[in-house]
Design a protein around this ligand. Structure first.
Ligand SMILES: CC/C=C\C/C=C/C(=O)SCCNC(=O)CCNC(=O)[C@H](O)C(C)(C)COP(=O)(O)OP(=O)(O)OC[C@H]1O[C@@H](n2cnc3c(N)ncnc32)[C@H](O)[C@@H]1OP(=O)(O)O
Length: 783
């Protein structure tokens, strides 16, 4: 737990609690005993505290923190820190690996800190819904000032050793043997006065500006926190650091108790464990196939087909993980553009050496030797099947073939090959090199080995891989469908798009449904609806009632917007007009693209088609993605820049668009909707409950095997607010399943033809039998 040894006058206490040396009560008790022993021993004149194995203590043990032991754990940690702080013999912390949370706080309570260059320090408690409650909010500002302390504690960001040295958080960076250096350093400071080494005795450097600093940061923190209580509570604790140390510690303790007992802390700790637990996958249809039994194929080289935004992002992720990549793109301009993007991103990350691992090509035969291919072409089944047919012939027989699709049928794609067991879905999220989620989809014939391979790939490239079954939209996009539909029905009834967005953003999402569609592109869903024959390129299918499809309520507003060319924000922002656009297109209009400098003459393009709308459609459905992307942008810059909002040139701030508001008004009138006032609560409930209800269907059908898989998908891929734990956790722990059921019953009685509001049989069953999502495999054992 804490090994005691002496080197002459130096006592060394090495925390030994593998793998991360986290603080349990036993570890802390062992530290207290060691400290007392060293203090008692007259031959000991200094003390070194270090971590055995790979790291200095990475903080309090979360398993223990989640149970009834939390309060004693905290008081033990505070006791250790007090022993250390007030010790009459100098205490030196020797830091390597990750000194996090309580580990870093112990170091701050010590008199000296040495670190190896690779060490990382941080106070990440805010991510767990807590604050650094063992003196971190009081000692850190005494070293770095209130302003920096607020920044470091409310972000929980990593502090690298060199930065820690600059900030005065460590005294020396040690290049050689850390323990040896620490022992000789301790010896060198023996007998020196300790008073000025005790951080608790210092004053906060910017104490006179504390109110000013807090005021200046409060707004930003509130905006970033989006409903999370921990960040602002951290600020309150830091504010108390200008008080005498004991008073500040008392304030910190009160605020820590408040946070530790909050549902948000429990939710965020659930998120921490769920992020790790998804790695322990099992096949929803056959539990015998799981992370223990299935062996992944070793992947050293990956082919990426398609160098659009997704393909480039995927390539960056793979290169950063040290894999060899062959990037194939049939359009030279697009390929060059992607190379420039990849180079720039890797350079920013100081990882330019990784470029040597990249081969770019326009020739499929270059893929003959790769271990795996990730296809990232345009989201079109015909095109994807064609690519897979080619890949099946060209790649080696044992190569895994993955499709980066956001919802197309993996079995149909697999059927284009003679190796359906090696075909799998890997749904990356945009930007693919930034977003952590990787939704991995198995088809009917995907082998256990192939599943294990893509789950392993997720870990290798630093993503959170979640295994799901094959259905339209998989888990994430499937659940988004009802949410979007309900948002549209709210427009029909009288809410404006920005009101829906505001309510959802106040709940904690970074973006409401309409701003999100503007960003992602309204045409994505439109194309999918056309493929599903819910609409056509020219309007509703013949003999179809405007507001119904297959007996279900349908809102055609997004289709109408697409027909007007209102496809999304990308088009407004990605290009620059050389000459003013004219509505009638009687003159030549030239448009140059910032992205690749290409110039289009719209009139010449139009000469080949009857109407502008037809031209948009021809290009949208063309398989030539590069042409599509450019021309779509060209047309859109002439037309309206977004679906529902307008954006000033160069800005991403969504502004209500009077044209759209008028259009919605006319639509309401035409279809006899009476505008009514709808509360934010109703907006949030209808949108989110219909999404969560779909989650129950997904579980019922075995598309996801555990509620935590759904939570992780929403947290890491869709911006679901972390402090609520994810949709399924939130509804079970915060709302209550019974309340969800009653609300859905109320809403579905009011809107009998909104099928997604009909409570799922699984939900009904759980409420009737008192069942819980935990029984379906959440991490409850750890809560
Ligand atoms: C009561 C005291 C009150 C207040 C003061 C102090 C508060 C605290 O200290 S709160 C805790 C602060 N520390 C953290 O938040 C660290 C969290 N851990 C991490 O960030 C990472 O695990 C890591 C950077 C330390 C290591 O990352 P990596 O190498 O990628 O490993 P894993 O994340 O996969 O972790 C391996 C294994 O360890 C488990 N684990 C990690 N941290 C803790 C912890 N603090 N307590 C208990 N267990 C922990 C993690 O779940 C993994 O377990 P499995 O292999 O079973 O999945």
């Amino acid at each position: 737990m804490a090994e005691y040894s002496t080197y002459g006058s130096v006592a060394v206490l090495q925390v030994n609690n593998p793998p991360l040396n986290t603080f349990t009560r036993h570890v802390l008790q062992a530290l207290v005993s060691g400290l007392e022993r060293a203090q008692r021993d007259p031959a000991v004149r200094s003390i070194v505290i270090a971590g055995k194995g790979p790291t200095f203590p990475a903080g309090a043990d979360l398993e223990e923190l989640l149970g009834t032991a939390a309060a004693p754990l905290l008081s033990n940690l505070r006791m250790v820190d007090k022993h250390v702080d007030t010790c009459q013999k100098p205490i030196v912390c020797a830091i390597h690996g990750t000194a996090l949370g309580g580990g870093f706080e112990l170091a701050l309570a010590s008199h000296y800190r040495l670190a190896v260059p690779s060490a990382t320090l941080s106070l990440p408690e805010v991510h767990l819904g807590m604050l650094p409650g063992a003196g971190g909010t009081q000692r850190l500002p005494r070293v770095v000032g209130v302003k920096s302390a607020i920044q470091l504690i409310t972000s929980g960001q990593d502090i690298k050793a060199q930065q820690a040295l600059t900030l005065g958080l460590v005294d020396k960076i040690v290049q050689g043997d850390l323990l040896k250096e620490a022992v000789s350093f301790a010896r060198s400071v023996e007998g020196r006065p300790l008073e000025d080494r005790r951080i608790s005795q210092r004053t906060v450097p910017d104490a006179d500006k504390v109110d000013e600093v807090v005021e200046a940061t409060r707004k930003t923190i509130l905006r970033k926190a989006r409903g999370a209580i921990a960040p602002l509570t951290c600020v309150q604790a830091i504010q108390a650091s200008v008080l005498p140390f004991a008073a500040g510690m008392a304030r910190e303790a009160d605020l820590m108790t408040y946070l530790m007992t909050s549902w948000q802390a429990a939710a965020q700790q659930y998120v921490f464990f769920s992020e790790r637990e998804v790695r322990q996958w099992s096949h929803p249809r056959d539990k015998h196939i799981n992370f223990r039994t299935a062996k992944p194929t070793v992947i050293k080289s990956v082919g990426v087909v398609g160098a659009g935004t997704m393909g480039a992002g995927i390539t960056i992720s793979l290169l950063q993980a040290g894999l060899k990549v062959v990037l194939l793109e049939v359009n030279k301009k697009q390929l060059d553009k992607a190379i420039a993007v990849i180079q720039k991103t890797l350079r920013q990350k100081s990882a330019s050496q990784k470029m040597s691992q990249l081969t770019t090509t326009m020739d499929y035969s270059q893929l003959s030797d790769v271990d795996m291919v990730i296809e990232a072409v345009f989201e079109n089944l015909r095109l994807k099947k064609e690519v897979f047919r080619k890949l099946d012939v060209i790649t080696k027989p044992q190569a895994v073939l993955a499709s980066n699709t956001s919802g197309l049928d993996i079995d149909k794609i697999a059927a284009a090959t003679k190796r359906p067991d090696k075909v799998v879905g890997t749904h990356f999220f945009s930007p693919a090199n930034v977003m952590r989620l990787l939704e991995n989809i198995y088809g009917k014939k995907t082998s256990a080995e192939t599943v294990a391979t893509v789950m392993q790939l997720a870990t290798t490239i630093g993503k959170v891989g979640v295994l799901v079954g094959n259905c339209a939209g998989f888990v994430g996009n499937r659940m988004l469908g009802p949410y979007r539909s309900e948002a549209l029905f709210l427009l029909e009834e009288g809410v404006d798009p920005q009101d829906v967005d505001r309510a959802i953003e106040e709940f904690g999402f970074p973006m409401g449904p309409f701003r999100m569609t503007d960003l992602a592109g309204n045409d994505i869903g439109w194309r999918r609806r056309i493929e599903a024959r819910l609409t056509t390129e020219h309007g509703p299918p013949p003999d179809t009632p405007a507001l119904y499809r297959r007996g279900d309520r349908y809102c055609p507003l997004p289709d109408m917007l697409c027909l007007q060319g209102r496809l999304g924000q990308k088009t407004g922002a990605g290009c620059m007009m050389l000459q003013e656009a004219k509505d009638d297109l009687t003159e030549n209009i030239y448009i140059r693209f910032r992205t690749d400098g290409s110039v289009f003459d719209l009139r010449r393009l139009l000469a080949h088609t009857k109407t502008l709308e037809e031209l948009i459609l021809d290009l949208l459905f063309a398989d030539d993605c590069a042409l599509l992307a450019h021309t779509e942008a060209a047309l859109m810059s002439h037309h309206a820049p977004s679906m529902c909002n307008r954006y000033d040139p160069g800005s991403r701030t969504a502004l209500p668009d009077p044209v759209v508001l008028q259009m919605i008004q006319d639509y309401r009138q035409e279809h006899g909707f009476k505008k009514r006032t709808i509360s934010s609560q109703e907006i949030v409930e209808r949108c989110l409950y219909s999404l969560i209800n779909e989650g129950f269907h997904v579980l019922d059908e075995g598309i996801a095997s555990r509620a935590l898989d759904i939570d992780v998908i929403y947290l890491f891929g869709y911006g679901w607010p972390r402090h609520t734990g994810g949709p399924m956790y939130y509804v079970e722990r915060v709302i209550g399943l019974e309340k969800l059921l009653r609300s859905l019953e109320t809403y579905s009685a009011r809107y009998p033809n909104h099928s997604h509001l009909q409570p799922s049989p699984l939900l009904r069953d759980m409420v009737a039998k008192g069942g819980s999502l935990a029984a379906l495999g959440t991490t409850d054992s750890k809560l």
